[in-house]
Design a protein around this ligand. Structure first.
Ligand SMILES: Cc1cc2nc3c(=O)[nH]c(=O)nc-3n(C[C@H](O)[C@H](O)[C@H](O)COP(=O)(O)OP(=O)(O)OC[C@H]3O[C@@H](n4cnc5c(N)ncnc54)[C@H](O)[C@@H]3O)c2cc1C
Length: 447
């Protein structure tokens, strides 16, 4: 029987994981990437960190690489809050034993490319895809857009080429293709906290550290070598913005005012701030994600989201889990059926996680330091502990469950409506754990 010949454009996290899956199904798989092999690039000491949660782990475990990846990840079971004028305090993410995992994007990507190669995937690095013939599943690579191109013929092509996907770009030129792109006024810059001399971490290593400051915030995720990768999220323009921090004096005055407790932790602040780029954050939505039985978008190429729920990669890995489930369920069918079902199932969920991620920016940057918000969370947790079958907090639904994102969003909105009413109760500060509060929540849930 003819074994399908498949191309994947992009050797990022999603492309390399999809390659492993498809190769294990014995398809011939070729991955194209415009970049050099990441395994031959020396990291400059910095590493972009991602938080992996259960949706990501499911995709890795199902193919037997979860344990190997866990060995290069650090569990973070709580937020460590650094609010000016207060002692550092912790907010646990879930139940005991539940955690998200800090992992270096580069280290993970290298590992997955090696695993894919061992499984028999062919990688063609430094080969940029310029064009796609959608109905014929042909792709064209070359040195430059105007130069000579090489033509390749496949049975199917997967566009895993990220937020500014070339594959999607080609689909966009067709009639009735919806496309929406929205940049946030907030950008980000990576900074770092080095390890202690003995290689230990300068802050609690099992926490995601947050310095919430309203319009802007600093976060830090631990690395295995004792360092932390920090990200400053801040508006591009305005009173507190990247635009304002144009020299060392301004930067140090700003830091002294808003992040004084980090000054001794960040000896290379000025250097990092000056040398590292300021990057933009974008949400991209589109539809359809597939073209006949020939081409499909997976990961950021189909749905780029802002990073405030830590779900971009997780959502991309979940795309793969669903796609593979459908391939197994409809084995022998035309892939047009599989592709249709894939996009029908994933599109509403991608839209939901885009919305949730956007909302979580507000929660992380300003509300986590607000006492009303903290009280609300305390009431929710109290009720959830007592009635775990009746109330799972939204964060847990998204991060520690496999419930479709769209369902999590709907239930979360319903819970928010109930909590709005509870917070209006007289003297709620003092009666937050009373029978009356509990009964009111139960009654509203019943209704
Ligand atoms: C600041 C920040 C923090 C984040 N934190 C988290 C987090 O905590 N948890 C989480 O789950 N997600 C997080 N994400 C999101 C996550 O990084 C992305 O969702 C994920 O990396 C997307 O993977 P991908 O493989 O779809 O795309 P990419 O990683 O963008 O890979 C695309 C690949 O395609 C290649 N390519 C592009 N165009 C072409 C072409 N024309 N020809 C050939 N090759 C091409 C590129 O070189 C690249 O290798 C974060 C993102 C950001 C920006």
């Amino acid at each position: 029987m003819h074994k399908k010949n498949i191309a994947i454009v992009g050797s990022g996290l999603v492309g390399s994981l999809l390659a492993i899956y498809l190769r294990k199904k014995e398809y011939t798989v070729t991955v194209f990437d415009r970049r050099p092999d990441i395994r031959n690039i020396k990291f400059s000491g910095r590493s972009i960190n991602l938080a992996m949660s259960v949706r990501g782990w499911r995709a890795l475990d199902a193919i037997g690489i979860g344990e190997e990846v866990r060995s290069i990840a650090i569990a973070m079971d709580k937020r460590a809050m650094h609010v000016n004028g207060k002692e550092e305090y912790y907010q646990y993410y879930g139940e005991e034993g539940e955690a998200i995992y800090s992992i270096s994007r580069g280290v993970l990507n290298r590992k997955m490319i090696t695993l894919a190669e061992e499984a028999g995937v062919e990688f063609r690095f430094e080969e940029k895809v310029w064009d796609i013939n959608l109905p014929e599943a042909k792709l064209y690579t070359g040195e430059t857009e105007k130069g000579e191109w090489k033509e390749y013929q496949f049975d199917h092509i997967f566009g895993c080429d990220g937020a500014f996907s070339r594959v999607r770009h080609k689909m966009q030129r067709r009639s009735r293709f919806d496309y929406e792109q929205k940049f946030l006024n907030t950008g980000y810059k990576e900074l770092s906290i080095p390890a202690n001399e003995d290689g230990t971490h300068k802050l609690n290593k099992n926490s995601l550290h947050i310095w919430p400051r309203g319009e802007f915030m600093l976060i830090a995720l631990p690395n295995l070598d004792g360092t932390f990768t920090c990200t400053l999220f801040m508006p591009h323009e305005g009173e507190h913005s990247f635009e304002q921090l144009t020299d060392e004096t301004k930067l140090m005055a700003f830091w002294q005012k808003y992040f004084p407790d980090t000054l001794t932790l960040m000896p290379t602040l000025v250097e990092d701030f000056t040398n590292n780029p300021t990057s933009a954050l974008v949400t991209i939505k589109c539809f359809p994600w597939t073209y006949w039985n020939k081409v499909a978008l997976v990961g950021d190429s189909a749905h780029a989201i802002v990073p405030f729920y830590g779900q971009g990669m997780n959502a991309g890995f979940e795309d793969i889990s669903i796609l593979i489930e459908l391939l197994e369920k409809y084995e022998g069918e035309d892939w047009e059926v599989i592709f249709k079902k894939y996009q029908e199932e994933r599109k509403p969920n991608a839209d939901a996680i885009a919305e949730l991620s956007y909302r979580n920016f507000m929660e992380m940057s300003s509300k986590t330091a607000d006492h009303k918000f903290l009280l609300r969370k305390k009431i929710e947790k109290h009720f959830a502990d007592k009635y775990p079958k009746k109330w799972l907090p939204l964060y847990s639904r998204v991060t520690f469950s496999h419930q479709p994102y769209s369902e999590a969003l709907n239930i979360g909105d319903e819970q928010a409506r109930i909590m709005d009413e509870i917070m209006k109760m007289d003297n709620i500060e003092n009666c937050w754990n009373s029978e009356a509060v509990e009964q009111k929540i139960l009654a509203m849930l019943e209704a």
